[in-house]
Design a protein around this ligand. Sequence first.
Ligand code: PEP
Ligand code: MN
Length: 377
Amino acid sequence: MDSHIDRRYSFVPVEEWGIFPEARPLVIAGPCSAETEMQVLETASGLKDIGIDVFRAGLWKPRTHPNTFEGVGSAGLEWLRQVRVRTGMRVCTEVASGKHVAECVAAGVDMVWIGARTTANPFLVQEIADALKGVDIPVLVKNPATPDMDLWVGAVERLAQAGVRKLGAIHRGFSTFERIPYRNSPDWRLAIQLKGMFPGMPFFCDPSHLGGDRKYIREISQRSLDLGLDGLMIESHCRPACALSDPAQQLTPEELGRMLESLVVRRQDSDSREYRENIDQLRARIDALDDSLLEILGSRMDVSRQIGEYKKDNNIAILQTSRWDSLLENAISRGAGYGLPASFVRTIFNAIHEASVQVQNEILAGDDAGQESGGNS
Ligand code: PEP
Ligand code: MN
């Protein structure tokens, strides 16, 4: 899927953006929406007090339902400027059109982000990318609301091609019909895949929109740090209960301060020789085990192929679901004996089964093609 990606995009390291201080995690905090000048300034001052350097506030709010608070719009740009002047913090907001970009640039906004609903729309992303040509501010791209990796990658590509070199990504979870405790469902696998596709691009998690409730913010933040993500974007409001949007998921600056203090920050690497030696040994064991896994999978596939030939010779259908059901059930219970979760064993075995069926299908198709060409000659 990523074969078309131009890996030559070169990104400016986040340390050189002039936005964040050195220490990890990189933290962006502020209200979901700017509501009044007082609310913005009071929240910013509380955040400054707990050591936050980058302030967020939504001005143009993409609300799901009409007749809800849709943000204060351009009027809030002056309030962000005041935050900058009074606290020295950097400020950022969400843009959803070329016009928003132009207004933000004119008002001296330090960084912008593209929201989940906008990332899903290539026309708007292109319009934003065009408006950013020749503008040297960082842009963060949230994942689209639906779990469509290509839309996320495409948005990053459009911006990179427009010359944006200070680019980052934000994982805010994906909408789902499944009943889950969180507002949006995380897919760390996709997030990590994107990180791998664009090395050097800083990666943030937005636990507020992911969790949808303040009680989940700590666990999601810790999880993202454990996975090695670079930073967090967290909603904070001086009076969350009165917030005009997303009241349930915002923390007061004091609560945010305590939450951040409680996080265990993992290091990316270590200089300790003992650590390096041990980790190298463990990785060598993993590499050897992976080799064995591949060898076993290859042998299994050979047998599968032989079965396919044998079925073909005897004119037997490929799928025998009762055989597969009992095989899977057996694998799940034996896997449990090795401490493997059922869902993991199921995923692995389903993938193996799918590949085997594919191979056996090809054997049968080859036979049909052979018969056809034989018949024609
Ligand atoms: C936001 O950050 O305020 C926002 C609207 O988030 P999302 O685009 O993730 O829904
Ligand atoms: Mn919000």
